[in-house]
Design a protein around this ligand. Structure first.
Ligand code: NAG
Length: 382
C-alpha cells in the first residue's frame, strides 16, 4: 500500500513526476522513462566541476518514494536514501544508539570518534534559522527536522567521507557534513525502509551545495523519475542542450524551496480559470498537492469529463477518489481514453507548458477484496 510521504513543508501545490530540476535558476522538463545515463559531452563548463550520476529506484505507487544508494565512511558502507529536493539535511539512521530506527542495528551508521560537526561550523548555521547560537566553543551541532507527514528525526551532525565516482572517471571522497539520526518518530503505519534522506534543497547545508562549495560539481541538481526509477545527477554535465523547455525558478529569499510560477492551469488545452499558481518541486513528496479550491476545480473538471463514460465511483483504501471500469485496468495507460490532459502554463517570457497526462495524475491500485482476489482500480492522485 502507498506509504504517502511528504517531506517538504506545507505548500500550495506540488508537482513531482517527470521533472528535472536545476539549482541554477532553471527547471528543465525532461523526457520520461530514460534510465540509462545520457551520453556525456566532453565539455568543461566554466573550468571546474565534474558530475555525480546516480541510478534512482522506486515509484509513486505502491512504494511512495524514490531512492539512491550512496556509500559513507572508510571503508564505505552503503545506505539507501530517499531523494528529497524539498529539504536540505542529509541524514542516516545512526547507532548512537538509536530509538525509533527501522533498520537492523548492523545496517545503521556507526559514528566514528571525533567526527562531530562543531556548532560554530557555517553548515550548522545554515541548517538552523536566524536564532542559531553556540554557547561554548566545543559545542556540537545538533539538529531536528519535522517533516510535513508529521514524522521527525533528531540527532547530531557529523562529517565523513562520501566516496563518489565522478563522470570524468576520477574518484572523489569528499568529507561531507550529514546528520546522525538517533531519535526517529514516524507517524506512518509503515516504517521507512530507507536508511535516511538525501537532502538536495537550496541551502548551503545540502549535499549539492557542499559539493559545489568544494568545486567538485556545479550547483545543479537534476532528476528524471519514471514509473520504474530513473536517475539523479549533481553537476552540469548531464543538463540536456537540446529538446528541452525551460522556465525560470523563483528567486524568493524567504522561500527555501525550488519553485516556479505564476502558472495557469489548463484542461484539455482550455483555460480552467485557475491562474497565479506558484508551484513547488519536491521529489520527497509522493503525490502532487493542490489547495482545496484548486483541487475542487480539478475534480469537477475530471468528473464532468467522465459523464456518460463507463466508469463507476468506488471506495478504495489507497486514495479518496477512485473509479472502476467495466474491466480491470491493467495499467494506467488503459485509463487514457477516459481522462484528459492537464497542463501548467508558465506564462513568463517563453510560454512553457508542463503537461500532466492521465498517467501523471492517476495510479492503478491493487486492493484485496473479501474473496481475496486482486482487483485493479484507478485512483486520482491530485
Ligand atoms: C574530475 O573532476 C574533479 C572535480 O572537478 C577534478 O578534481 C579532477 O581533477 C577531474 N579529473 C580529471 C581526470 O579531469
Amino acid at each position: 500500500m502507498a506509504d504517502q510521504k511528504m517531506k517538504g513543508g506545507t505548500v500550495s501545490i506540488m508537482v513531482l513526476i517527470f521533472l528535472v530540476l536545476s539549482a541554477t535558476f532553471h527547471g528543465c522538463f525532461a523526457a520520461i522513462g530514460q534510465v540509462q545515463p545520457p551520453r556525456k559531452r566532453n565539455t568543461v563548463v566554466n573550468g571546474f566541476g565534474s558530475s555525480v550520476f546516480l541510478t534512482v529506484s522506486g515509484n509513486v505507487y505502491p512504494l511512495g518514494y524514490y531512492s539512491v544508494t550512496v556509500g559513507i565512511g572508510n571503508p564505505p558502507k552503503p545506505f539507501q536514501l530517499d531523494i528529497d529536493t524539498g529539504s536540505d539535511l542529509t541524514w542516516v539512521q545512526c547507532d548512537a544508539p538509536c530509538t525509533g530506527c527501522s533498520l537492523p542495528r548492523d545496517q545503521l551508521y556507526k559514528p566514528v570518534k571525533n567526527n562531530f560537526l562543531a556548532c560554530k561550523d557555517p553548515i550548522c548555521a545554515a541548517l538552523h534559522s536566524k536564532a542559531h547560537q553556540c554557547t561554548n566553543p566545543n559545542e556540537k551541532c545538533g539538529f531536528q527536522v519535522d517533516y510535513a507527514d508529521h514524522g521527525s528525526v533528531l540527532g547530531a551532525m557529523l562529517s565523513d567521507n562520501f566516496p563518489l565516482r565522478l563522470v570524468n572517471n576520477s574518484l572523489s571522497s569528499p568529507l561531507l557534513a550529514f546528520g546522525c539520526g538517533y531519535r526517529l518518530q514516524s507517524r506512518s503505519p509503515h516504517p521507512p525502509t530507507t536508511a535516511g534522506v538525501l537532502g538536495l534543497g537550496k541551502s548551503k547545508a545540502s549535499i549539492s551545495s557542499q559539493l559545489s562549495g568544494m568545486r567538485i560539481t556545479k550547483n545543479v541538481v537534476g532528476h528524471c523519475l519514471s514509473g520504474q526509477g530513473g536517475f539523479l545527477f549533481l553537476g552540469a554535465d548531464f543538463v540536456p542542450k537540446s529538446g528541452m523547455t525551460w522556465t525560470p525558478m523563483l528567486q524568493n529569499s524567504f522561500d527555501k524551496h525550488y519553485s516556479s510560477g505564476p502558472a495557469e492551469l489548463l484542461f484539455g488545452g482550455k483555460p480552467t480559470g485557475v491562474k497565479g499558481l506558484d508551484v513547488i518541486f519536491d521529489s520527497g513528496a509522493t503525490y502532487t498537492y493542490l489547495t482545496s479550491k484548486v483541487y475542487q476545480t480539478v475534480l469537477n473538471l475530471v468528473r464532468k469529463d467522465l459523464s456518460g463514460k463507463q466508469l463507476q465511483d468506488v471506495k478504495d483504501k489507497a486514495l479518496p477518489i477512485c473509479w472502476k471500469g467495466a474491466k480491470s485496468f491493467k495499467s494506467v495507460t488503459e485509463a487514457r481514453k477516459y481522462f484528459n490532459t492537464f497542463a501548467l502554463s508558465f506564462n513568463g517570457a517563453s510560454n512553457t507548458h508542463l503537461l500532466l497526462p492521465p498517467e501523471a495524475y492517476l495510479i492503478v491500485t491493487v486492493s484485496t477484496s473479501a474473496n481475496l482476489l486482486q482487483r485493479l482500480k484507478t485512483s486520482a492522485v491530485l
